[in-house]
Design a protein around this ligand. Structure first.
Ligand code: NAD
Length: 394
């Protein structure tokens, strides 16, 4: 099959196995070059392991920490006629590289919110790993089925307030900068988003793992958040998704209290905005990210997913008393959110139009990163070649 990108709106509906493998190997090479991380945990569970920040966490755990990794994801398997999802191919590439380096890895493909997948995970840990010393919680999902009631909750990306919110955005499909008007969230939109992307499921995971006796003493866990600044607050920090992220702060406090006997340390980590499948779907973010990339590249301080996660593991997560902010969060986003960088982005923001966007923003960088998420746009890959879409996890 010859596989060319099929972009629909903010998503690409297919993926390239060879390109995804090249992307994963590039991240592996990066962490190997950075070197071994001191005090890195040896048994790591990554919930949301196949793309974005979760994949980078898995790669860093394995190739800079020598860890056994167990990953959980929700991906589509390829068939003879249809490609798999990018996360499927990324996972296949990760398995291949880990096995080549004699690193244990297993991946469970299914709904992380369900009791069945939690139980399957526990069984695998008991059989293969003993106890877990790091749990990364990196899910980004539009819906969640409550495991007890079966009720389905859908998250939304809406501002909170009394009136419609009007702002600029970049339509990555039509390549235009235009105004959008977003309706404010209702209380049930907020509640549903908290139910999907808040801390409840993170707590359920830790509870299930603890009850099964598979958490090591002194284990650590972190869930990822985005805090941002004034430009993104109306649609992120102070919006429905921001309320869900605030609930992660509540959950981390509860986890630290409830599992103090194990000396468990739970942190929310705030990461930089980057192009991932999750962030591409959020109105305003493609425009914000393009301008921010331009400013941070000009300033020589741009970082992608793997640089952020290697930095988190190397400097903060396993330090004895890592610096935290006022609500005990680890902060990897301080360069993006500093006043100087934000002032530069804010100065450009009102001037951006469809005509000047490619000069003022890093459209190339955004687009390249977007294509790469699905294994496209990589120089070393021949996209005219016939490739087998069916790739197994070894
Ligand atoms: P992503 O879309 O790249 O990854 C999501 C992962 O979750 C994938 O591995 C996917 O398979 C898995 N997943 C989704 N639903 C699942 C389910 N029901 N069961 C099992 N697995 C499931 O997203 P990302 O951008 O890497 O986001 C990960 C976390 O990082 C999120 O909490 C997000 O808010 C946070 N974050 C993202 C950014 C950003 O700019 N992208 C910035 C800061 C924080």
């Amino acid at each position: 099959m010859v596989i060319q990108p099929k972009i629909r709106g903010f998503i690409c509906t297919n993926a390239h196995p060879v390109g995804c493998k090249a992307g994963v190997n590039e991240q592996i090479e990066y962490v190997k070059q950075q070197g071994i991380i001191k005090n890195a945990p040896k048994n790591v569970l990554i919930i949301g392991c196949s793309t974005g920040y979760g994949l980078a966490s898995r790669i860093t755990s394995a190739f800079a920490g020598g860890a056994k990794t167990l990953g959980i994801c929700f991906e589509k398997e390829p068939t003879d006629r249809r490609t798999g999802t990018a996360g499927w191919y990324n996972t296949a590439a990760f398995h291949q590289a880990a096995k080549a380096d004699n690193l244990y890895c297993k991946t469970i493909n299914g709904d992380a919110f369900s009791n069945e997948i939690k139980q399957q995970t526990i069984n695998t840990i008991q059989q293969d790993m003993g106890k877990i010393d790091l749990i990364i919680y990196s899910l980004a999902s539009p819906r969640r089925v409550d495991p007890e009631t079966g009720d389905v909750y859908t998250s939304s990306l809406k501002p909170i307030g009394d009136s419609n919110y009007i702002t600029k955005t970049f339509d990555t499909n039509k390549n235009i900068v235009h105004e959008i008007e977003l309706e404010p969230a209702s209380q049930s939109d907020i509640d549903n988003t908290v139910k999907v992307m808040g801390g409840e499921d993170w707590e359920l995971w830790i509870k299930a793992l603890s009850n099964a006796g598979v958490l090591a003493d002194n284990c650590k866990t972190t869930a990822y958040t985005y805090i941002g600044k004034e430009l993104t607050w109306p649609i992120y920090g102070h919006a429905t998704i921001g309320k869900a992220k605030e609930d992660l702060d509540r959950a981390s406090t509860a986890l630290n209290q409830n599992y103090s006997e194990l000396n468990l340390k739970a942190y929310v980590t705030s990461l930089k905005a980057v192009v991932t499948q999750a962030s591409s779907a959020i109105p305003v973010m493609p425009l914000y990210i393009s301008l921010m990339y331009q400013v941070m590249k000009d300033e020589g301080c741009h970082e992608g997913v793997i640089e952020q996660i290697y930095g988190l593991f190397n400097r903060l997560l396993f330090a004895d008393n890592p610096p935290t902010d006022e609500v005990n969060r680890l902060r990897m986003d301080t360069v993006e959110t500093n006043d100087e960088i934000q002032a530069k982005i804010k100065a450009i923001w009102p001037q951006v139009t469809t005509e000047n966007f490619q000069d003022l923003g890093d459209y190339q960088g955004y687009h390249q990163d977007f294509l790469k998420l699905f294994g496209f746009g990589i120089d070393s890959v021949n996209y005219d070649a016939d490739v087998d879409p069916v790739v197994e996890w070894v």
